[in-house]
Ligand binder design. Structure first.
Ligand code: GUN
Ligand code: ZN
Length: 442
């Protein structure tokens, strides 16, 4: 067992609101293996209460630092690291001019491996310890990111991107020589083989990954839904209702469905553990469909602002009651930093605010990128928090990391002011270490 002494931030699990943060000025976090051999939180609380229970345990003391749950990033594209900051009129020209040309390179295992290593190193540098990410339509891209995540013990969920039409040939699923009738059937066989090879290995999970309805035939969406029914604890990830031109395209291709979102439901792709990126242009029937299915939205504010896609309607989501959490959406998103994403969510919620008032509170923002995002994934009590039993993934924050952070955090007179200072001024410099189970990254 190990013990760490510092200020500790975590979230209450026994009271409303769900995003209520708990903060110990002088806390102790005790970590040790559970029955399965996973490093989990054994005890947490005020140092003077917890320490006498473990008299023989050596304590690592980090004065002036804050231990907080590792961040959970609900949506990104590891093959789009090089695409960050590519300006376009909107989503569809951005895909065509920047994103598809880069994704074509992931047919190469070597290219994929280098990109996967860089991407995971960036996640860890920024304090992200659980990530749901897209690969490309090339199986080599999936093997590369799972291999690297396993090596680094990152909790990572990904899957083969399903796209069998409406994009350049080199980014679509390919037919291969081993017996499938066509690329569509091959993509489904490859997905199932990848589930069997990787899902549930160490901390890895598989997500059935139709890119978005316009890039899949009916046969591919139907096959994806059948796969989802056969493997109920596998995740699903896709995009929906991000951009007006994209929505018109999806409606034209699937006119029988009530809405773009309903298309996914009609093919069996709306259920718990289904995470849909964006969810911007919804009506209340769409919101109810998300809620009733137990699906969740990955809210991607830096991406939505950068691509001019729109504003996530927080009030609408809360009124109808579907789940959501925060995501970087690298490379439509502009940053790996959870602090930048939380700040962008604050701007978005302010812009979308119809009533007078502030925006999201600092505790709500932080929760959406940790325990709330974990709940959206169906991993509440597993990651995203530091309550007893949670996997011991945490960040060590240094509020003195820059002169301005030191000056501003010293003035904080309550927890909200402290958290807000870090959300507004923070970036990778604030993250002094990222600790994932046994592994420590400085
Ligand atoms: N819709 C379909 N593909 C993508 C993508 O790669 N990024 C974003 N932001 N939206 C998409
Ligand atoms: Zn995306």
């Amino acid at each position: 067992m190990k013990a760490y002494r510092a200020a500790i931030l975590r979230f209450a699990t026994d009271r409303e609101p769900r995003h209520a943060a708990l903060y110990e000025e002088d806390g102790l976090l005790v970590v040790g293996a559970n029955a399965q051999g996973t490093q989990v939180v054994q005890a947490v609380g005020p140092c003077n209460e917890i320490r006498p229970r473990y008299p023989d345990l050596a304590v690592t003391h980090w004065p002036g630092r804050i231990i907080a749950p590792g961040f959970v990033d609900l949506h990104s594209h590891y093959p789009q690291t090089n695409v960050i900051g590519s300006p376009a009129e909107g989503l569809l020209p951005w895909l065509e001019n920047y994103t598809f040309p880069e994704e074509g390179r992931f047919a190469s295992a070597q290219y994929s491996t280098e990109a996967a290593q860089f991407f995971i190193a960036e996640l860890l540098r920024h304090g992200v310890t659980t990530a749901l990410t897209f690969a490309t339509a090339h199986p080599a891209s999936v093997h590369a990111i799972f291999t690297e995540a396993k090596r680094q013990r990152l909790r990572l969920i990904t899957g083969l991107c399903l796209m069998d039409r409406n994009a350049p040939a080199d980014v679509l699923n390919q037919a291969s020589a081993n017996g499938a009738a066509d690329a569509t059937e091959q993509s489904l066989l490859d997905s199932e083989a990848l589930i069997r090879q990787w899902h549930g290995i160490d901390r890895l999970g598989y997500a059935i990954t139709p890119r978005f309805a316009p890039a899949s035939t009916e046969a591919q969406l139907r096959g994806a839904g059948e796969l989802a029914a056969s493997y109920p604890d596998v995740w699903i990830q896709s995009h929906v209702a991000e951009n007006k031109a994209e929505i018109a395209w999806a409606r034209a291709l699937f006119p029988a469905s009530r809405s773009y979102l309903a298309t996914y439901g009609d093919f069996g792709l709306l259920r718990r553990r289904a995470i849909y990126a964006h969810c911007l242009h919804f009506d209340d029937q769409d919101r109810a469909l998300m809620r009733d299915a137990g699906a969740a939205a990955a809210v991607c504010p830096t991406s939505n602002l950068f691509l001019g896609s729109g504003f996530f309607d927080y009030a609408g989501a809360d009124r109808v009651g579907f789940q959501y959490g925060l995501a970087s959406d690298v490379g439509g998103g502009t940053s790996f930093s959870p602090f930048h994403t939380m700040l962008a969510a604050y701007y978005v919620a302010r812009e979308g605010q119809t009533k007078a008032g502030l925006s999201l509170s600092p505790q709500q923002l932080w929760w959406q990128h940790t325990a709330g995002a974990a709940q959206a994934l169906g991993l509440a009590g597993v990651v995203g928090n530091l309550q007893p039993g949670c996997e011991a993934d945490f960040v060590l924050l240094n509020p003195q990391a820059t002169p301005l952070l030191a000056r501003k955090t010293a003035l904080a007179s309550n927890l909200d002011e402290l958290l807000f200072s870090m959300i507004v001024l923070g970036d990778d410099r604030l993250v002094e270490q990222t600790v994932i189970s046994q592994a420590i990254q400085a």
